[in-house]
Design a protein around this ligand. Structure first.
Ligand code: COA
Ligand code: AMP
Length: 637
């Protein structure tokens, strides 16, 4: 089938507002919009101004009312605990009503913020929807972050309540969440009024009288009483959620998502991009703490009337590298969306794909990859093993859905390994030089998107409009700066090559090396430091910290390095995967004192070292190489 992509993209170019107004017909509005796009609102304008709606209604109630009450909405599959459960749309609505009643009974109203700190359990999805039902603004915090990171988010979002589980489970260890939550609240200036804790049998939490509530018990009571809570009308432009993501400093950015544009974009993407029909099973093997989880575990599949899978496990080790195939076969998954790292992990454990033979994958049509660069070897391996299209697509927490992809629903375009393919309708992607001039095809430059961004993308940062402007709009006037560098080829295919800032991507997780440097610099023995992301065959990148100790420090270096590794784990969390701290005599710098991080990365990766003309003392590069060699990181020579 010839792809309709070009026809659809041109239709959007001819009449962007008409395009999105037509897409908006898929959403149930309480009050229709006055304007498709209002350029006066938000940082660059906002979509569907004047409309009123409710995202929870569109995700649940309308499917129950219109023929899908008995269809599974959520399939919970937890190889790490052995639990499995299926919740129909009707059952999900009943539970969301109960959770919304619990929140409303405790004074949560429209506009209040609620932090959700939960592992991959159905109640995490229900908590998000319960907030949406009330018009409360949720902010989900990933379980792999430490108390300090949670505290930063509590202070920024100033939540009235926190919804948590008593624990998360990682292979070989149970992570008690409640002590982390208590510590985070202790560290915070802002104190939430209430914490609702779901007790999991693997580790029960101590509840503090007055502030803490047993969420399960309250929900059971609300369900027994048949409590229902009406969906609260919100403006299309009101925030649905805040999701914090790494910026260039230790202070994360609070990406704001609105209600109306978000629904329109995600609903459009399910049929046109992912090629999924309502009623089919869509599985995003990510975590609700990341944007992929927000958009494609929770909101998009449910807006679409599809079935989503909440998977609490890992691609390998729970129990083996065949678990993805088991879940696909058992639940008739039509499409899987995950990060390339997951496939690298599976390939490493089962290079011949022997475990695949045990499962019937006849339901499976497409594998979608995103979150980090998809290396051609892994793509090829996945294609060979699965015999279905393997589709890379590129997006960011900020956009909430794909900027560039291969729209399976419109008809697959030819795949070029290494490229996430072409811009989606809504995105006018350009490549500019540092001065903002357009670059010809085939030339590496800054990837930017011409304003306005389409529905679904962030209108601003939470309570930080100046930071929004400075981070995204100021450098290239009229464009959104993605902070990715890339190349557009003659066919309009984009290749994403690297970040232009200090963000690194570790196992598909976005992390700030600046934030890690802040932690290293806080150690009393450290005079100077630099963290760079070095190539890692499994995780894509891994952080590597170089430290210069203060004069007079004469403790063993290994002891200090071990303390630094512990410190990053304690302050940022295990997800930072910071395992490598190296003591060096000096850091390489330019004559003006700028640390040459890119050069250090090139040395560690063994790629061609481009010696900057402005380097202060080239001999330092040899010292860095020697330090890396001692640890077996650079082996060539
Ligand atoms: N709660 C607490 N700790 C967590 C956590 C969570 N939700 N998620 C990860 N961690 C911990 C891990 O246990 C690990 O701890 P360790 O240092 O004690 O081993 C650490 O954080 C680093 O985790 P990770 O980088 O994920 O490495 P891993 O070795 O545990 O697993 C993969 C490697 C490839 C299996 C895993 O990263 C994976 O499944 N990746 C898929 C990527 C993905 O889902 N990306 C989301 C965006 S699409
Ligand atoms: P996040 O906000 O966590 O989704 O991370 C966004 C960043 O991840 C992007 O700016 C890219 O640097 C990187 N990224 C995401 N998807 C891809 C992809 N398909 N190819 C290359 N890099 C990607």
């Amino acid at each position: 089938m010839a792809s309709r992509y070009h026809e659809v993209y041109e239709a959007w170019q001819r009449d962007p507002e008409g395009f999105w107004a037509a897409a908006a017909a898929e959403i149930d509005w309480i009050k229709p919009f006055d304007k498709v796009f209002d350029p006066e609102l938000g940082g660059f304008g906002q979509w569907f101004a004047g409309a009123e709606c409710n995202t929870c209604y569109n995700c649940l109630d309308r499917h129950v009312e219109r023929g899908r009450p008995g269809q599974p909405a959520i399939i919970y599959d937890s190889p790490i605990t052995g639990a499995k459960a299926v919740y129909t749309y009707e059952e999900t609505l009943e539970r969301v009503n109960a959770m919304a009643a619990v929140l409303a009974d405790n004074g949560i109203v429209k506009g209040d913020r609620v932090i959700i700190y939960m592992p991959m359990i159905p109640e995490a999805v229900m908590a998000m929807l319960a907030c949406a039902r009330l018009g409360a603004v949720h902010s989900v915090v990933f379980g792999g972050f430490a108390a300090n990171e949670l505290s930063t988010r509590i202070d920024d979002a100033t939540p009235k309540a926190v919804i948590a589980a008593s624990c998360g489970i990682e292979p070989g260890r149970i992570i008690a969440y409640k002590p982390l939550l208590d510590e985070a609240i202790r560290l915070s200036d802002h104190k939430p009024e209430a914490c609702f804790v779901l007790q999991r049998e693997q580790a029960l939490a101590d509840l503090e009288a007055g502030r803490d509530h047993d969420l399960g018990a309250l929900m059971d009571a609300a369900m027994t009483a048949g409590r229902e809570v009406a969906c609260v009308p919100v403006k299309a432009t009101d925030p649905l959620y805040i999701l914090y993501t790494s910026g260039t400093t230790g202070q994360p950015k609070g990406v704001v998502r609105d209600n109306g544009g978000h629904m329109v974009a995600l609903k459009w993407s399910m049929s046109n991009h992912y090629g999924i029909e309502p009623g089919e099973v869509f599985w995003a093997a990510s975590d609700v703490g990341w944007v992929v989880g927000h958009s494609y575990i929770v909101y998009a599949p449910l807006l679409h009337g599809a079935t989503t899978v909440v998977f609490e496990g890992k691609p390998v080790g729970t129990p083996d590298a065949g678990v993805f195939w088991r879940v696909i076969a058992e639940h008739n998954v039509a499409a899987l969306f995950t990060a390339p790292t997951a496939f690298r992990a599976i390939k490493k454990e089962d290079p011949q794909g022997k475990l695949l033979a045990e499962y019937d994958l006849s339901s499976f049509r497409t594998l979608f990859l995103a979150g980090e660069r998809a290396d051609p070897d892994t793509l090829q391996w996945a294609e060979d093993q699965l015999g279905v299209p393997v589709v890379d697509h590129w997006w960011q927490t900020e956009t909430g859905w794909a900027i560039v992809g291969n729209p399976v629903g419109l008809g697959l375009l030819p795949i070029k390994h290494g490229s996430p393919t072409v811009p989606m309708p809504g995105y006018d992607v350009r490549i500019l030089d540092d001065a903002g001039h357009p670059l010809p095809a085939g030339t590496l430059g800054n990837v930017v998107v011409k304003l306005p961004l389409p529905p679904g993308c962030l209108p601003t940062l939470w309570h930080a409009p100046e930071r929004f402007h400075a981070s995204y709009l100021a450098e290239f006037p009229g464009y959104y700066k993605t902070a990715d560098a890339g190349i557009m080829d003659e066919d309009g295919y984009l290749f994403i090559m690297a970040r232009t800032d200090d963000i690194i991507n570790v196992a598909g997780h976005r992390l700030s090396t600046g934030a890690m440097e802040e932690v290293l610099a806080s150690h009393p023995d450290v005079a100077e430091c630099a963290v760079v992301g070095i190539t890692d065959t499994l995780k894509g990148q891994a952080p590597c910290g170089f430290v210069v100790l203060k004069a007079g420090v004469n403790r063993p270096h290994e002891e200090i390095e071990a303390e630094l590794v512990r410190l990053v784990r304690e302050r940022i969390g295990p997800v930072a995967a910071f395992k490598l701290a190296l003591t060096v005599e000096r850091l390489p710098k330019t004559r003006s004192g700028k640390i040459l991080r890119a050069t250090m990365r090139q040395i560690a990766d063994g790629t061609e070292v481009r010696m900057p003309a402005t380097i202060d003392d080239p001999a330092i590069l040899d010292e860095i190489e020697e330090a890396l060699r001692e640890r077996g990181i650079v082996t060539g020579g």
